[in-house]
Design a protein around this ligand. Structure first.
Ligand SMILES: Cc1cc2nc3c(=O)[nH]c(=O)nc-3n(C[C@H](O)[C@H](O)[C@H](O)COP(=O)(O)O)c2cc1C
Ligand code: SF4
Length: 434
Protein backbone atom coordinates (compact mmCIF):
# COMPACT_ATOMS: atom_id res chain seq x y z
CA UNK A 1 0.00 0.00 0.00
CA UNK A 2 1.18 3.49 -0.79
CA UNK A 3 0.66 6.73 1.09
CA UNK A 4 -2.96 7.95 1.11
CA UNK A 5 -2.88 11.72 1.22
CA UNK A 6 -6.13 13.21 2.42
CA UNK A 7 -5.23 15.77 5.08
CA UNK A 8 -1.74 16.28 3.65
CA UNK A 9 -2.84 16.29 0.00
CA UNK A 10 -1.92 19.94 -0.55
CA UNK A 11 0.63 20.35 2.22
CA UNK A 12 3.45 20.99 -0.25
CA UNK A 13 1.58 23.87 -1.97
CA UNK A 14 2.41 27.25 -0.40
CA UNK A 15 -0.78 28.74 -1.90
CA UNK A 16 -2.85 26.30 0.22
CA UNK A 17 -1.92 28.46 3.22
CA UNK A 18 -3.85 31.40 1.76
CA UNK A 19 -7.62 31.78 1.75
CA UNK A 20 -7.85 31.99 -2.06
CA UNK A 21 -5.51 28.98 -2.53
CA UNK A 22 -7.46 26.94 0.00
CA UNK A 23 -10.80 27.69 -1.66
CA UNK A 24 -9.33 27.03 -5.14
CA UNK A 25 -8.30 23.56 -3.94
CA UNK A 26 -11.72 22.55 -2.65
CA UNK A 27 -11.47 24.18 0.77
CA UNK A 28 -14.60 25.22 2.70
CA UNK A 29 -16.87 22.82 0.76
CA UNK A 30 -17.42 20.97 4.05
CA UNK A 31 -18.46 24.07 5.99
CA UNK A 32 -20.74 25.28 3.18
CA UNK A 33 -22.47 21.90 3.22
CA UNK A 34 -22.57 21.73 7.02
CA UNK A 35 -24.40 25.03 7.51
CA UNK A 36 -27.14 23.83 5.15
CA UNK A 37 -27.64 20.72 7.31
CA UNK A 38 -29.32 20.22 10.67
CA UNK A 39 -26.72 20.36 13.44
CA UNK A 40 -27.51 16.77 14.38
CA UNK A 41 -27.02 15.75 10.75
CA UNK A 42 -23.40 16.92 10.94
CA UNK A 43 -22.85 14.87 14.10
CA UNK A 44 -24.45 11.87 12.39
CA UNK A 45 -21.93 12.17 9.54
CA UNK A 46 -19.10 12.12 12.08
CA UNK A 47 -20.70 9.04 13.62
CA UNK A 48 -20.98 7.33 10.23
CA UNK A 49 -17.33 8.13 9.50
CA UNK A 50 -16.10 6.05 12.45
CA UNK A 51 -13.59 8.83 13.27
CA UNK A 52 -11.63 8.25 16.47
CA UNK A 53 -9.56 10.90 18.26
CA UNK A 54 -6.07 11.30 16.85
CA UNK A 55 -4.58 12.78 20.04
CA UNK A 56 -3.63 9.35 21.38
CA UNK A 57 -6.54 7.59 23.03
CA UNK A 58 -8.60 6.85 19.89
CA UNK A 59 -11.92 7.76 21.53
CA UNK A 60 -14.92 7.81 19.12
CA UNK A 61 -15.25 11.47 18.17
CA UNK A 62 -19.01 11.54 17.57
CA UNK A 63 -19.71 10.59 21.19
CA UNK A 64 -17.98 13.79 22.29
CA UNK A 65 -19.68 15.88 19.59
CA UNK A 66 -23.04 14.42 20.62
CA UNK A 67 -22.34 14.93 24.32
CA UNK A 68 -22.84 18.70 24.54
CA UNK A 69 -26.33 19.77 25.66
CA UNK A 70 -28.79 20.07 22.78
CA UNK A 71 -30.78 22.64 24.71
CA UNK A 72 -28.29 25.42 25.12
CA UNK A 73 -28.42 27.15 28.52
CA UNK A 74 -24.86 28.54 28.67
CA UNK A 75 -22.02 29.34 26.24
CA UNK A 76 -20.48 26.30 24.52
CA UNK A 77 -16.80 26.13 23.59
CA UNK A 78 -14.75 24.25 21.03
CA UNK A 79 -11.18 23.62 22.10
CA UNK A 80 -8.31 22.31 19.99
CA UNK A 81 -5.44 20.46 21.60
CA UNK A 82 -2.43 21.66 19.61
CA UNK A 83 0.12 21.06 22.35
CA UNK A 84 1.73 18.07 20.61
CA UNK A 85 4.26 17.19 23.28
CA UNK A 86 4.62 13.44 22.82
CA UNK A 87 8.25 12.79 21.82
CA UNK A 88 8.44 11.48 18.27
CA UNK A 89 5.24 13.21 17.13
CA UNK A 90 5.34 16.24 14.83
CA UNK A 91 2.29 15.85 12.57
CA UNK A 92 0.07 18.51 14.17
CA UNK A 93 2.88 21.03 13.74
CA UNK A 94 2.98 20.27 10.02
CA UNK A 95 -0.82 20.36 9.68
CA UNK A 96 -0.93 23.80 11.30
CA UNK A 97 2.01 25.17 9.32
CA UNK A 98 0.92 23.90 5.92
CA UNK A 99 -2.87 23.42 6.12
CA UNK A 100 -4.11 26.01 8.67
CA UNK A 101 -7.49 26.57 6.99
CA UNK A 102 -8.29 22.86 7.14
CA UNK A 103 -8.08 23.01 10.94
CA UNK A 104 -10.00 26.30 11.10
CA UNK A 105 -12.73 24.87 8.85
CA UNK A 106 -12.90 21.69 10.95
CA UNK A 107 -13.28 23.69 14.16
CA UNK A 108 -15.92 25.94 12.58
CA UNK A 109 -17.91 22.87 11.49
CA UNK A 110 -17.60 21.53 15.04
CA UNK A 111 -18.67 24.92 16.42
CA UNK A 112 -21.77 24.85 14.22
CA UNK A 113 -22.58 21.24 15.17
CA UNK A 114 -22.31 21.72 18.94
CA UNK A 115 -23.70 25.30 19.05
CA UNK A 116 -20.46 26.89 20.20
CA UNK A 117 -19.83 30.57 19.63
CA UNK A 118 -16.16 30.51 20.56
CA UNK A 119 -13.23 28.26 19.76
CA UNK A 120 -9.70 28.16 21.20
CA UNK A 121 -6.57 26.64 19.74
CA UNK A 122 -4.17 25.84 22.59
CA UNK A 123 -0.88 25.64 20.74
CA UNK A 124 2.54 24.59 22.04
CA UNK A 125 4.48 27.82 22.69
CA UNK A 126 7.54 26.67 20.72
CA UNK A 127 5.51 26.25 17.52
CA UNK A 128 6.22 29.78 16.31
CA UNK A 129 5.84 29.05 12.57
CA UNK A 130 2.62 27.13 13.11
CA UNK A 131 1.24 29.95 15.26
CA UNK A 132 2.14 32.54 12.61
CA UNK A 133 0.53 30.45 9.89
CA UNK A 134 -2.65 30.07 11.94
CA UNK A 135 -2.71 33.75 12.88
CA UNK A 136 -2.58 34.80 9.23
CA UNK A 137 -5.23 32.24 8.27
CA UNK A 138 -7.58 33.26 11.11
CA UNK A 139 -7.31 36.92 10.03
CA UNK A 140 -8.07 35.98 6.42
CA UNK A 141 -11.02 33.81 7.45
CA UNK A 142 -12.47 36.79 9.39
CA UNK A 143 -11.89 39.12 6.44
CA UNK A 144 -13.80 36.77 4.14
CA UNK A 145 -16.78 36.16 6.43
CA UNK A 146 -15.81 32.59 7.38
CA UNK A 147 -15.28 33.52 11.05
CA UNK A 148 -16.94 36.10 13.28
CA UNK A 149 -20.54 37.26 13.19
CA UNK A 150 -23.06 35.59 10.90
CA UNK A 151 -20.67 33.08 9.28
CA UNK A 152 -21.53 32.61 5.58
CA UNK A 153 -24.67 34.70 6.19
CA UNK A 154 -26.27 31.77 8.02
CA UNK A 155 -26.89 33.50 11.34
CA UNK A 156 -24.20 31.51 13.12
CA UNK A 157 -21.44 33.36 15.04
CA UNK A 158 -18.05 31.77 15.63
CA UNK A 159 -14.93 33.47 17.01
CA UNK A 160 -11.60 31.68 17.07
CA UNK A 161 -8.73 32.47 19.45
CA UNK A 162 -5.13 31.32 19.39
CA UNK A 163 -3.54 30.67 22.79
CA UNK A 164 0.17 29.91 23.12
CA UNK A 165 1.11 27.49 25.89
CA UNK A 166 4.36 27.70 27.84
CA UNK A 167 5.82 24.36 26.79
CA UNK A 168 4.81 21.66 29.25
CA UNK A 169 4.03 18.08 28.19
CA UNK A 170 1.40 17.83 30.90
CA UNK A 171 -0.51 20.74 29.37
CA UNK A 172 -1.46 18.38 26.53
CA UNK A 173 -3.52 16.37 29.02
CA UNK A 174 -6.98 17.77 28.43
CA UNK A 175 -7.94 18.81 31.96
CA UNK A 176 -4.48 20.37 32.56
CA UNK A 177 -4.83 22.13 29.21
CA UNK A 178 -8.15 23.62 30.27
CA UNK A 179 -6.65 24.79 33.58
CA UNK A 180 -3.74 26.37 31.72
CA UNK A 181 -6.06 28.08 29.24
CA UNK A 182 -7.94 29.60 32.17
CA UNK A 183 -4.69 31.01 33.57
CA UNK A 184 -4.20 28.39 36.28
CA UNK A 185 -1.28 26.00 36.80
CA UNK A 186 -1.15 23.29 34.14
CA UNK A 187 -2.17 20.46 36.43
CA UNK A 188 -4.85 17.84 35.76
CA UNK A 189 -8.26 17.75 37.43
CA UNK A 190 -10.48 14.96 38.64
CA UNK A 191 -12.11 13.14 35.78
CA UNK A 192 -15.29 11.28 34.98
CA UNK A 193 -16.93 9.49 36.82
CA UNK A 194 -15.60 11.52 39.79
CA UNK A 195 -16.25 14.82 37.96
CA UNK A 196 -18.43 15.81 34.99
CA UNK A 197 -17.17 15.25 31.45
CA UNK A 198 -15.80 18.33 29.63
CA UNK A 199 -18.84 18.15 27.34
CA UNK A 200 -20.93 18.99 30.41
CA UNK A 201 -18.50 21.16 32.38
CA UNK A 202 -15.24 21.99 30.67
CA UNK A 203 -13.40 25.25 30.24
CA UNK A 204 -14.88 27.94 32.54
CA UNK A 205 -17.24 25.17 33.72
CA UNK A 206 -19.11 25.40 30.42
CA UNK A 207 -19.85 22.57 27.95
CA UNK A 208 -16.67 22.07 25.93
CA UNK A 209 -15.69 19.93 22.98
CA UNK A 210 -11.98 19.09 23.00
CA UNK A 211 -10.23 17.35 20.13
CA UNK A 212 -6.79 17.07 18.61
CA UNK A 213 -5.60 19.07 15.55
CA UNK A 214 -5.67 16.03 13.25
CA UNK A 215 -9.15 15.04 14.49
CA UNK A 216 -10.67 18.43 13.62
CA UNK A 217 -8.78 18.47 10.32
CA UNK A 218 -10.72 15.36 9.25
CA UNK A 219 -14.11 17.06 9.68
CA UNK A 220 -14.15 19.07 6.41
CA UNK A 221 -13.50 15.89 4.40
CA UNK A 222 -16.08 13.88 6.34
CA UNK A 223 -18.82 16.44 5.78
CA UNK A 224 -17.88 17.28 2.18
CA UNK A 225 -17.60 13.66 0.99
CA UNK A 226 -19.86 11.96 3.54
CA UNK A 227 -19.20 9.85 6.60
CA UNK A 228 -19.75 6.62 4.68
CA UNK A 229 -17.08 7.50 2.15
CA UNK A 230 -14.63 8.24 4.96
CA UNK A 231 -15.51 4.95 6.66
CA UNK A 232 -14.65 3.06 3.47
CA UNK A 233 -11.01 3.93 4.18
CA UNK A 234 -9.47 1.44 6.57
CA UNK A 235 -12.39 -0.96 6.15
CA UNK A 236 -10.03 -3.95 6.34
CA UNK A 237 -9.41 -3.21 10.04
CA UNK A 238 -11.64 -4.08 12.96
CA UNK A 239 -12.59 -0.57 14.02
CA UNK A 240 -10.15 2.01 12.63
CA UNK A 241 -11.44 4.19 9.83
CA UNK A 242 -9.93 6.83 7.60
CA UNK A 243 -6.32 7.87 7.40
CA UNK A 244 -3.68 8.48 10.05
CA UNK A 245 -0.59 10.63 9.85
CA UNK A 246 2.55 9.02 11.25
CA UNK A 247 5.62 11.05 12.12
CA UNK A 248 8.47 8.69 11.28
CA UNK A 249 11.88 9.30 12.81
CA UNK A 250 14.93 7.49 14.17
CA UNK A 251 17.17 5.30 12.06
CA UNK A 252 15.38 5.72 8.73
CA UNK A 253 16.68 7.14 5.47
CA UNK A 254 13.81 9.54 4.86
CA UNK A 255 12.20 10.76 8.09
CA UNK A 256 9.01 12.81 7.91
CA UNK A 257 5.23 12.73 8.10
CA UNK A 258 3.44 10.02 6.12
CA UNK A 259 -0.33 9.72 5.84
CA UNK A 260 -1.60 6.18 5.41
CA UNK A 261 -4.92 4.39 5.30
CA UNK A 262 -5.63 2.28 8.40
CA UNK A 263 -4.87 -1.34 7.61
CA UNK A 264 -1.46 -0.57 6.12
CA UNK A 265 1.28 -2.95 7.35
CA UNK A 266 3.80 -1.23 9.60
CA UNK A 267 6.69 -2.49 7.48
CA UNK A 268 5.25 -0.53 4.55
CA UNK A 269 5.37 2.65 6.61
CA UNK A 270 9.04 1.89 7.20
CA UNK A 271 9.53 1.43 3.45
CA UNK A 272 7.85 4.82 2.80
CA UNK A 273 10.45 6.36 5.10
CA UNK A 274 13.22 4.87 2.96
CA UNK A 275 13.94 1.80 5.11
CA UNK A 276 16.33 1.40 8.03
CA UNK A 277 19.57 3.35 8.13
CA UNK A 278 22.93 2.17 9.45
CA UNK A 279 22.18 -1.52 10.08
CA UNK A 280 19.40 -4.05 10.46
CA UNK A 281 16.14 -3.14 12.20
CA UNK A 282 16.10 -3.89 15.91
CA UNK A 283 12.98 -2.27 17.32
CA UNK A 284 10.21 0.26 16.86
CA UNK A 285 8.13 2.50 19.10
CA UNK A 286 5.06 2.87 16.89
CA UNK A 287 2.92 5.54 18.50
CA UNK A 288 5.01 8.07 20.45
CA UNK A 289 7.47 7.60 23.30
CA UNK A 290 4.88 6.42 25.83
CA UNK A 291 3.88 3.41 23.73
CA UNK A 292 5.46 -0.01 24.35
CA UNK A 293 8.41 -0.91 22.13
CA UNK A 294 8.11 -3.80 19.64
CA UNK A 295 10.77 -5.99 18.02
CA UNK A 296 11.78 -6.22 14.35
CA UNK A 297 9.87 -9.49 14.04
CA UNK A 298 6.74 -7.77 15.36
CA UNK A 299 7.23 -4.84 12.96
CA UNK A 300 7.15 -7.43 10.19
CA UNK A 301 3.65 -8.63 11.08
CA UNK A 302 2.08 -5.52 12.65
CA UNK A 303 -0.93 -3.95 10.93
CA UNK A 304 -1.72 -0.31 11.64
CA UNK A 305 -5.06 -0.10 13.41
CA UNK A 306 -6.18 0.66 16.97
CA UNK A 307 -7.11 -2.96 17.73
CA UNK A 308 -4.57 -4.51 15.34
CA UNK A 309 -1.58 -2.89 17.07
CA UNK A 310 -2.70 -4.46 20.34
CA UNK A 311 -1.92 -7.83 18.79
CA UNK A 312 1.76 -6.91 19.10
CA UNK A 313 1.12 -5.39 22.57
CA UNK A 314 1.54 -1.79 21.46
CA UNK A 315 -0.68 1.06 20.28
CA UNK A 316 -1.26 3.59 17.50
CA UNK A 317 -1.04 6.39 20.10
CA UNK A 318 -0.36 9.80 18.60
CA UNK A 319 1.48 8.34 15.59
CA UNK A 320 5.07 9.18 16.59
CA UNK A 321 6.78 6.18 15.03
CA UNK A 322 10.48 5.71 15.85
CA UNK A 323 12.59 2.97 14.30
CA UNK A 324 15.87 1.78 15.85
CA UNK A 325 18.68 -0.12 14.18
CA UNK A 326 20.77 -2.96 15.62
CA UNK A 327 23.30 -0.57 17.19
CA UNK A 328 20.74 1.00 19.51
CA UNK A 329 21.42 0.67 23.21
CA UNK A 330 17.94 -0.12 24.55
CA UNK A 331 18.92 0.48 28.18
CA UNK A 332 20.15 3.95 27.21
CA UNK A 333 16.86 4.47 25.39
CA UNK A 334 14.98 3.49 28.55
CA UNK A 335 17.07 5.96 30.55
CA UNK A 336 16.49 8.80 28.05
CA UNK A 337 12.74 8.13 28.01
CA UNK A 338 12.59 7.96 31.81
CA UNK A 339 14.47 11.27 32.03
CA UNK A 340 11.80 12.94 29.90
CA UNK A 341 8.89 11.68 32.00
CA UNK A 342 10.61 12.43 35.31
CA UNK A 343 11.18 16.01 34.13
CA UNK A 344 7.63 16.41 32.85
CA UNK A 345 5.84 14.92 35.88
CA UNK A 346 3.80 17.79 37.29
CA UNK A 347 4.30 16.57 40.87
CA UNK A 348 0.65 16.48 41.88
CA UNK A 349 0.48 12.79 42.80
CA UNK A 350 2.98 10.61 44.67
CA UNK A 351 3.21 7.49 42.45
CA UNK A 352 4.25 9.52 39.41
CA UNK A 353 6.25 12.26 41.16
CA UNK A 354 8.32 9.79 43.21
CA UNK A 355 8.13 6.76 40.93
CA UNK A 356 9.44 8.49 37.80
CA UNK A 357 12.46 9.77 39.79
CA UNK A 358 13.13 6.30 41.23
CA UNK A 359 12.98 4.69 37.81
CA UNK A 360 15.41 7.32 36.57
CA UNK A 361 17.81 6.74 39.47
CA UNK A 362 17.86 2.97 38.94
CA UNK A 363 18.41 3.33 35.19
CA UNK A 364 21.13 5.91 35.81
CA UNK A 365 23.11 3.56 38.01
CA UNK A 366 22.69 0.72 35.51
CA UNK A 367 24.11 2.74 32.61
CA UNK A 368 26.88 4.05 34.87
CA UNK A 369 27.95 0.41 35.33
CA UNK A 370 26.82 0.35 38.98
CA UNK A 371 23.66 -1.73 38.55
CA UNK A 372 22.73 -4.22 41.28
CA UNK A 373 21.43 -7.78 40.73
CA UNK A 374 17.83 -7.00 41.80
CA UNK A 375 17.56 -3.77 39.78
CA UNK A 376 15.50 -5.14 36.89
CA UNK A 377 12.83 -6.50 39.21
CA UNK A 378 12.96 -3.30 41.24
CA UNK A 379 12.39 -1.27 38.06
CA UNK A 380 9.44 -3.48 37.15
CA UNK A 381 8.05 -3.12 40.63
CA UNK A 382 8.31 0.69 40.62
CA UNK A 383 6.76 0.89 37.13
CA UNK A 384 3.95 -1.37 38.33
CA UNK A 385 3.32 0.94 41.30
CA UNK A 386 2.96 3.92 38.95
CA UNK A 387 0.78 2.23 36.32
CA UNK A 388 -2.91 2.60 37.05
CA UNK A 389 -2.24 4.34 40.37
CA UNK A 390 -1.49 7.85 39.15
CA UNK A 391 -3.82 10.82 39.00
CA UNK A 392 -3.53 11.22 35.22
CA UNK A 393 -2.32 9.15 32.29
CA UNK A 394 1.20 10.63 32.38
CA UNK A 395 1.96 8.01 35.03
CA UNK A 396 1.06 5.17 32.64
CA UNK A 397 2.94 6.94 29.87
CA UNK A 398 6.07 6.86 32.04
CA UNK A 399 5.66 3.23 33.13
CA UNK A 400 4.77 1.57 29.80
CA UNK A 401 8.01 2.25 27.88
CA UNK A 402 10.20 0.95 30.72
CA UNK A 403 7.98 -2.13 31.20
CA UNK A 404 7.98 -2.77 27.44
CA UNK A 405 11.73 -2.43 27.08
CA UNK A 406 12.37 -4.86 29.94
CA UNK A 407 9.82 -7.31 28.53
CA UNK A 408 11.36 -7.27 25.07
CA UNK A 409 15.06 -6.70 25.80
CA UNK A 410 15.64 -7.98 29.34
CA UNK A 411 18.91 -9.58 28.25
CA UNK A 412 20.37 -6.12 27.51
CA UNK A 413 19.57 -4.93 31.03
CA UNK A 414 21.05 -8.13 32.46
CA UNK A 415 24.24 -7.71 30.42
CA UNK A 416 24.67 -4.12 31.68
CA UNK A 417 24.31 -5.24 35.30
CA UNK A 418 26.64 -8.22 34.92
CA UNK A 419 29.36 -6.53 32.85
CA UNK A 420 28.93 -2.89 33.83
CA UNK A 421 28.63 -1.85 30.19
CA UNK A 422 26.37 -2.04 27.17
CA UNK A 423 26.21 -5.13 24.96
CA UNK A 424 25.93 -2.87 21.91
CA UNK A 425 28.68 -0.49 20.92
CA UNK A 426 26.87 2.60 19.76
CA UNK A 427 29.28 5.48 20.33
CA UNK A 428 26.51 8.00 20.03
CA UNK A 429 24.52 6.21 22.71
CA UNK A 430 27.56 6.11 24.97
CA UNK A 431 28.15 9.82 24.46
CA UNK A 432 24.64 10.46 25.75
CA UNK A 433 25.41 8.90 29.13
CA UNK A 434 24.82 11.23 32.07
C1 LIG B 1 0.31 13.60 29.59
C2 LIG B 1 -0.59 13.70 28.42
C3 LIG B 1 -0.24 14.50 27.35
C4 LIG B 1 -1.09 14.63 26.25
N1 LIG B 1 -0.71 15.41 25.22
C5 LIG B 1 -1.54 15.56 24.15
C6 LIG B 1 -1.19 16.42 23.08
O1 LIG B 1 -0.12 17.03 23.08
N2 LIG B 1 -2.06 16.54 22.05
C7 LIG B 1 -3.27 15.88 22.04
O2 LIG B 1 -4.04 16.04 21.11
N3 LIG B 1 -3.62 15.05 23.04
C8 LIG B 1 -2.79 14.89 24.09
N4 LIG B 1 -3.17 14.09 25.12
C9 LIG B 1 -4.52 13.46 25.07
C10 LIG B 1 -5.59 14.46 25.54
O3 LIG B 1 -5.72 14.37 26.95
C11 LIG B 1 -6.96 14.20 24.93
O4 LIG B 1 -7.28 12.85 25.07
C12 LIG B 1 -7.04 14.58 23.45
O5 LIG B 1 -6.70 15.91 23.23
C13 LIG B 1 -8.46 14.36 22.95
O6 LIG B 1 -8.55 14.64 21.59
P1 LIG B 1 -8.95 13.51 20.55
O7 LIG B 1 -10.19 12.83 21.07
O8 LIG B 1 -9.19 14.24 19.28
O9 LIG B 1 -7.80 12.58 20.47
C14 LIG B 1 -2.32 13.91 26.23
C15 LIG B 1 -2.67 13.09 27.31
C16 LIG B 1 -1.82 12.98 28.38
C17 LIG B 1 -2.21 12.09 29.49
S1 SF4 C 1 0.44 11.33 37.01
FE1 SF4 C 1 0.31 12.70 38.80
S2 SF4 C 1 2.31 13.74 39.04
FE2 SF4 C 1 2.22 12.69 37.03
S3 SF4 C 1 1.65 14.35 35.65
FE3 SF4 C 1 -0.26 13.27 36.24
S4 SF4 C 1 -1.00 14.32 38.07
FE4 SF4 C 1 1.08 15.02 37.71
Amino acid sequence: MAEYKLLLKHSDKPEFRTFSGYVANGGYEGLKKAVEMERQGVIDEVKASGLRGRGGAGFPSWIKWNGLPKEKKAPHYVLCNADEGEPGTFKDKMLMETCPFQLIEGMTIAGYAVQAEKGFIYIRGEFIDAAKSLRRAIDEAYANGYLGKNVLGKGFDFDLYLHLGAGSYECGEESALMSSLMGERGMPRLKFPHAPLPTVSGVWEKPTLINNVETYSCAPHIVARGGEWYASLGASTKNSRGTKIFSVSGHVNNPGNFEIEFGTPLKELLAMAGGVKGGALKACIPGGSSMPIITAEEVDRAIIGYEEMQEVKSMVGSGGCMFFNEHTDIVMLAWRTALFYANESCGKCTPCREGTKWMLQILERIIEGKGKPGDIDLLKDVAGQIEGRSFCALGDAAAWPVQGMIRQFRHEFEYYIEHGKSMVTSERAMALRP
